[in-house]
Structures are given as structure tokens and as C-alpha cells.
Design a protein around this ligand. Sequence first.
Ligand SMILES: [Zn+2]
Length: 69
Amino acid sequence: MHQSSFTNITGYGLGISYNHRRDPILVCPHCKRAVMDFVETKDGKPFSIYRCKTCGDVVAIWSEVVNEY
Ligand SMILES: [Zn+2]
């Protein structure tokens, strides 16, 4: 068991909860921007496509770190 969270509490009492536990979202594995997702149908089966604005179609990953620029 290795737990290293919450040892640095410089912002204690100032509403630091906003800085923790962001929900992970699907991002591009290359540039870490949020991707757009589409559901397409192929051979009668739905499947998801994730598209990055700059990298094109990608295999999206779940990440709590998102590049917003
Ligand atoms: Zn990208």
C-alpha cells in the first residue's frame, strides 16, 4: 500500500477541494486535449470514434490531466 496524497496542504482552509479529484475525461493520447466522440454503425454494430481536433481519429484514453489550449 503506497499512499502519498494530501501531504502538502499549503492551501488548507481555502477551498482546495476544487484542486483535487477532477473527474477523468476522454482525451487524445498525443496532445491530451479533450476529444469529440461519435457513435457510428458498421455492419449493424455501433462503435465509438474519437476525434482530436489536431490529431484526427485517435484511440482516446481516460485522463484527469487535460490540455485546454
Ligand atoms: Zn491530439
